[in-house]
Design a protein. Structure first.
Length: 288
């Protein structure tokens, strides 16, 4: 006997990390018609700092695909063979071209969760830039994908205060939680009927490319507050963090002490992480 499904809409998840895994588990539990997962190219089927969508899809017996070129005609033909109605873009690092948008436009659309209060902070790493720019309010947005990055109509949005000592990881985690809540709150509605959504005011849009403030280089001439904010905005577990330049060479800061700007310990190449097997410690005296 077949299980009764919640909605006849045939859903695809494209993306990965915790958003896609949470979305998959929720759709399966609530008996939505999830027909395919398109997994990030960096997903090797094993949990790392982020959970693997491939691993969960296998466990839940959900078909999955993985590709280098999501926009190739060959791959898109495979996608269409599943006769999908709706795409949920959840921590998706693929840029979908017009063939995707044109195909799903008359259906239920392609819906993305973006970790910012659009139209502000479209593009890459919005939680990083929000902290660096000293924002007081941040948010998450559920929106349709259009032909330009993060410019589609808004379905739902949630704003919240940025805490005093917020760092990139804590803000990212809050965005992830609130984004999943938005998806749960409207999934029944968006699977039944495509909504119009609210147009974004693109006159106030801000966009950030794939780069870091000051190219990720810590400037020791900054005051203590700015250094602290810089480190909080960039550091994220499992990824290279703040760098420092010593004699025109850049080194990653693996561990640092910044209680009063009197010294910084720079461990450039920890033996557990790098093959070069050396550690450099540099002490920087407080400027008078």
């Amino acid at each position: 006997m077949k299980k009764k499904i919640t909605s006849a809409s045939r859903i695809i998840i494209i993306g990965g990390h915790e958003q896609a895994v949470l979305g998959l588990e929720f759709l399966v539990k609530k008996k939505f018609n999830l027909v395919l997962c398109i997994c990030r190219n960096d997903d090797n089927g094993k949990d790392t700092f982020f959970p693997s969508l491939i691993k969960v899809a296998k466990n839940r017996k959900v078909p999955y695909l993985k590709t280098i070129n999501v926009n190739s005609n060959h791959f898109f033909k495979k996608v269409k063979s599943f006769n999908p109605d709706l795409v949920l873009s959840l921590q998706n690092n693929y840029i979908l071209d017009k063939k995707w948008i044109n195909y799903f436009e008359p259906r239920k659309g392609i819906i993305n969760i973006h970790f910012s209060p659009l139209p502000k902070y479209s593009g890459y790493w919005p939680e990083m830039w929000a902290i660096w720019n000293k924002e007081k309010i941040h948010g998450v947005t559920l929106h349709y994908i259009s032909d330009k990055i993060d410019t589609g109509n808004i379905i739902l949005q949630k704003k919240f205060k940025i805490n005093k000592n917020e760092n990139r990881f804590t803000l990212y985690s809050r965005c992830s939680l609130e984004g999943f809540k938005l998806l749960k709150n409207c999934i029944s509605k968006i699977t039944e009927k495509k909504t119009l959504g609210k147009k974004q005011n693109l006159k106030i849009r801000s966009f950030y490319s794939k780069k870091m403030p000051n190219n990720g280089i810590l400037d020791l001439d900054w005051n203590q507050k700015k250094i602290d904010r810089f480190i909080r905005s960039i550091c994220f577990p499992g990824f290279p963090g703040v760098k420092i330049k010593v004699a025109n060479q850049s080194y990653n800061i693996i561990f640092g002490e910044l209680p009063d700007h009197e010294q910084i310990q720079v461990f450039s190449k920890n033996t557990n992480l790098y093959p070069d097997n050396y550690v450099i410690t540099k002490y920087i005296n407080k400027k008078k």
